[in-house]
Design a protein around this ligand. Structure first.
Ligand code: ASP
Ligand code: CP
Length: 298
């Protein structure tokens, strides 16, 4: 599973249905021995941990792989690392890497790959857990208005969510500092000021500023405080939201920057629900990726 938008609507719905069943207590275990590993070349708390939990719940053998103590540090390439793990007997790797479309390198290797996030490209497991959270709330995507706010240009969550939400019939709006928007950024949505956006949408999806992906001329010359007041979800803006609108954020969160501290756990917030759903979404993704390789579950 590399890009959610490449999946048919039918396949996306099947993943959501499986994830929903897992969330309601359905259990499945791998038939036979399946070996998997999580290779995170970029930092992660949620994605890596919830893949680990999801793998164990499905009865998979999780082989620990610590990039910082691996032969990557002796110059071994990504291709050779994955080819080596395949030779040793791994069946599936979840990989996060700063290089966009890093997975194109593995075309000749017969191993299941799940994209745990590729640069500014895609974050498919985040997409499925976000869709799951939205569906639990509204029961549909068609006609739903989703506002994505912040560093849209550098966020793989924003870009991949916008693409798949549009494919499912939702209307996407964006907001944030204009320097992070250009024609390429807003192909999948409409730009609004933050004050207009919060009144318009059913979902306010906030983003962390992707400092690690900025080159020197993209750095924002604004204090956290000013960013919050100009572009963030302040307590005043939350009051202007529609009655049943919800707040989402892929996290990690910078409290007081993109979102007011007191809103992180407010009634409208689904931020920790997203994390809870992440385990079930990842179980569904693992099952689908392994079944496509001929493995079975019972
Ligand atoms: N954790 C998400 C990602 O890896 C969002 C973020 O880091 O801001 O893309
Ligand atoms: N949302 C997300 O991908 O979180 P991590 O970077 O902590 O995995």
């Amino acid at each position: 599973m590399l890009r959610t938008a490449d999946l048919s609507v039918e396949k996306i719905n099947k993943l959501l249905q499986d994830a929903d069943e897992f969330s309601k207590g359905k259990t499945l275990k791998a038939k036979g021995e399946i070996y998997v590993s999580n290779l995170f070349f970029e930092d992660s708390t949620r994605t890596k941990t919830s893949f680990d939990v999801a793998e164990r719940k499905l009865g998979l053998n999780v082989v620990p792989f610590d990039i910082s103590a691996s032969s990557v540090n002796k110059g071994e390439s990504l291709y050779d690392t994955v080819k080596t793990l395949k030779s040793i007997g791994l069946d599936l790797c979840v990989i996060r890497h700063k290089k966009e479309k890093f997975y194109d390198e593995f075309k000749g290797i017969d191993i299941a790959i799940i994209n745990g996030g590729d640069g500014t490209g895609n974050h498919p497991s985040q997409n499925i857990l976000d869709l799951m959270t939205i569906q639990q709330e509204f029961g549909k995507f068609k006609g739903l208005k989703v506002g994505i706010v912040g560093d849209v240009k550098h966020s793989r969550v924003a870009n991949s969510n916008a693409e798949v939400l549009r494919k499912l019939g939702a209307k996407v709006y964006f907001s944030g500092p204009e320097q992070w928007f250009d024609e390429g950024t807003i192909i999948n949505g409409t730009y609004l000021s933050i004050d207009d956006l919060v009144k318009e949408v059913d979902v306010v999806m906030l983003l962390r500023i992707q400092h690690e992906r900025h080159d020197s001329d993209e750095k924002l010359k604004l204090s956290s405080d000013k960013y919050h007041r100009q572009f963030g979800l302040t307590t005043e803006r939350e009051k202007a939201m529609k009655k049943d609108a919800i707040i989402m954020h892929p996290a990690p969160i910078n409290r007081g920057v993109e979102i007011a501290d007191e809103l992180v756990e407010c009634k409208r917030s689904r931020i920790f629900k997203q994390m809870e759903n992440g385990v079930f979404a990842r179980m569904a993704i693992l099952k689908t990726a392994l079944e496509a390789k001929g493995f079975e579950f019972e």
